[in-house]
Design a protein around this ligand. Structure first.
Ligand SMILES: [Zn+2]
Length: 78
């Protein structure tokens, strides 16, 4: 697993292509992970490439395997 060279614009495009449920206008948007119950921004989401060069997205919380479907708009929780 290698870290992807990241620029903000590239990361945002990846999010827009990969997130099945929600829109991303900016990496400053907050999401709430219902698995680890943490709030984070798009900047915090870790992006890696697997062996097949496929882009993978990871919750910023260590050992949390949250995915797009677990990351909700934070206003549901405020
Ligand atoms: Zn999480």
């Amino acid at each position: 697993m290698s870290a992807l060279p990241e620029t903000t614009g590239r990361k945002l495009k990846l999010f827009q292509a990969a997130d099945p449920q929600k829109r991303w206008w900016s990496l400053d948007e907050m999401r709430f992970c219902k698995k680890c119950e943490h709030l984070f921004t798009g900047h915090d989401i870790r992006v890696t490439l697997n062996e097949d060069e496929q882009v993978q997205f990871h919750c910023p919380t260590l050992h949390c395997d949250g995915k797009w479907e677990d990351w909700q708009y934070p206003n549901l929780h405020l």
